[in-house]
Design a protein around this ligand. Structure first.
Ligand code: DGJ
Length: 540
């Protein structure tokens, strides 16, 4: 009997003007945490990025099956300037139309990656008429006047041409995507320059000798001066960052004026512990040590985002930390797609990531090893799919919880050492390489090493729902709760551990209660993650 009113509602919705669909939004909470709202409600982007040359309709049959196997809810995929404007002024958006059709059929959202002036810093995806006309579209110059491969950010002609094509793309989305299948747009790809910290064209040199723009000095709370006075050893990088960020910002602003979608820029990242080394690998993009300059320069870029191919847990933790800021929502638009990268999903979630996407997730047969997996075989897909399967049905509920509650995540490091944090009165510890039964110091019974010993597997995430109530998940890890500072004779205990999930309305649905062997040795997660709701208490 519930069918009739629902049919009526559906008819009403269908008849409503398409423009009524609320636009995707990045919302910053009063607590400085962030939400991605899609269709007016929180959304965790469980993404996957296709390979670089998969942006043609003939490739889509090699993409959708992987997306389905992954249980991803979002596909990130390029739209190349060369493909939409092969001849100047003549536009062709048939690729975007094919993509929108496929995404609707597969019930996934899209993040479009605009490959324009910069793609991994170079202009390879710009149309031929841009690449060959260095008079109108000049490249950067070295200090001794040689031509560098990167398009200069100081050429208005290049900016205008890129902006015009980008605006046409967004106009197309405004008209062809009323239901906002496209939830975000990436402006350019890995902006910056390798091998040259900044442009040395006469115009660039003139600007570099002049003062730092008052707006930047004010936003950074610094006394105005020259680039060298204000940024010292990092002057070239700061200068390039400001100008490249301004360029991207102007493109984003023009696009947003047509359809106000969330827009972001991704970053190729240098050494996370050595700013000087990072400052040229590459220079000018939203490198981790220039986030403040980018945030000041580009108010129309909703966030800057790390492309994380690192496999070392300390490095990954540092990079996630740099980009998780009150003025910058954390999103991981690219990460390696090999099995060992998958454990960082937990750490990213625990940092409040609004989205996450392994790169190269299609069956076109290309592998970007050693950055990612050698082959996209079944176990590799499963390393991500096992996590996405669990989180896909609760993507909205999790996003709401993560933005409003204390959260923490950890991935196993090279030393497999315990990782712990304190949440309220509870100390939470993630342990690795342990069987589900027993303790490390048990000598009375022999056991084989755990199969994950020495393997880069394992991680966990924790959300604190109330003072003594937690939502936890993980893979290849044991989680333990203990009182951080127990009073005299005070003991902590698990009062109830429920395995379950949330339904579509966000109501907790219990599957079973864990007790006995399942809780006597901590909460043990195998390679197949589950969701647990844990109630703790004390006794004396
Ligand atoms: C990072 C870039 O953003 C991607 O487009 C791709 O080139 C990968 N690196 C390498 O596969």
């Amino acid at each position: 009997m519930r069918g009739a009113p629902f049919l009526l509602l559906a008819a009403l919705l269908a008849a409503a003007p398409a423009a009524a669909a609320p636009l995707p939004r990045i919302v910053t909470q009063p607590n400085g945490r962030h939400l991605l709202n899609v269709d007016g409600a929180p959304f965790l982007m469980l993404g996957a990025q296709a390979n670089n040359s998969s942006n043609y309709p003939a490739m889509l049959p090699s993409i959708w099956p992987v997306i389905r196997r992954l249980h991803a809810n979002t596909l990130e995929i390029p739209v190349a300037w060369e493909q939409v404007e092969p001849v100047e002024g003549r536009f062709d958006f048939s690729w975007v139309d094919a993509l929108l059709r496929g995404a609707r059929e597969n019930h996934v959202r899209l993040v479009l990656l605009w490959f324009g002036t910069w793609k991994n810093t170079g202009p390879n995806y710009a149309p031929e008429w841009v690449k060959t006309d260095t008079g109108r579209f000049p490249r950067m110059k070295t200090a001794d006047g040689k031509t560098h491969y990167v398009l200069s950010p100081h050429a208005r002609s290049t900016l205008e041409a890129d902006k015009r094509a980008f605006v046409r793309l967004i106009e197309h989305l405004r008209d062809a995507d009323p239901d906002n299948i496209v939830i975000m747009v990436q402006v350019e790809n890995e902006i910056g320059s390798y091998g040259l910290a900044r442009d040395h064209s006469p115009e660039a040199d003139r600007l570099f000798r002049g003062p730092v723009p008052a707006e930047l000095a004010r936003k950074l709370g610094k006394r105005p001066g020259t680039w060298s006075e204000m940024f010292g050893d990092f002057a070239d990088q700061a200068f390039a960052s400001w100008h490249m960020a301004r360029y991207a910002d102007e493109i984003a602003a023009a696009g947003k004026a047509v359809k106000d979608l969330p827009m972001y820029c991704n970053s190729s990242l240098g050494n996370p512990f050595d700013a000087k080394a990072a400052s040229t690998t590459p220079s000018g993009g939203p490198q981790w040590n220039m986030i403040h300059v980018w945030r000041a320069a580009a108010p129309h870029i909703d966030l800057v985002a790390p492309d994380i191919y690192n496999r070392d847990a300390r490095e990954v933790a540092a990079l996630l930390g740099y980009f998780d800021r009150p003025d910058n929502a954390l999103m991981v638009p690219e990460t390696g797609n090999s099995i060992d990268h998958a454990r960082f999903f937990w750490e990213a979630l625990g940092r409040g990531a609004i989205g996450y996407a392994p790169f190269g997730m299609d069956e076109t047969g290309y592998s970007n090893y050693p950055l990612g997996a050698k082959t996209l075989d079944a176990p590799t897909i499963e390393a991500f799919a096992s996590k996405y399967r669990l989180f896909a049905p609760i993507a909205r509920t999790w996003a709401g919880i993560a933005a409003t509650h204390p959260i923490w995540g950890a991935a196993k490091g090279a030393d497999a050492a315990d990782r712990s944090t304190v949440m309220g009165r509870w100390k939470v510890t993630a342990m690795f390489e342990m069987w589900e039964f027993g303790e490390r110091d048990w000598t009375w019974i022999k056991s084989d090493p755990h199969p994950t010993k020495g393997q880069p597997l394992g991680g966990a995430v924790v959300a604190q729902l109330g003072p003594d109530e937690f939502l936890v998940s993980g893979s290849d890890a044991r989680l333990r709760f203990s009182l951080d500072k127990p009073g005299a004779g005070e003991n902590g205990t698990m009062l109830r551990v429920e395995e379950g999930t949330f339904d579509a309305t966000g109501r907790w649905v219990m599957r079973r209660v864990w007790n006995g062997d399942q809780t006597d040795y901590g909460l043990n997660f195998t390679a197949e993650p589950v969701l647990l709701r844990v109630k703790l208490g004390t006794y004396r």
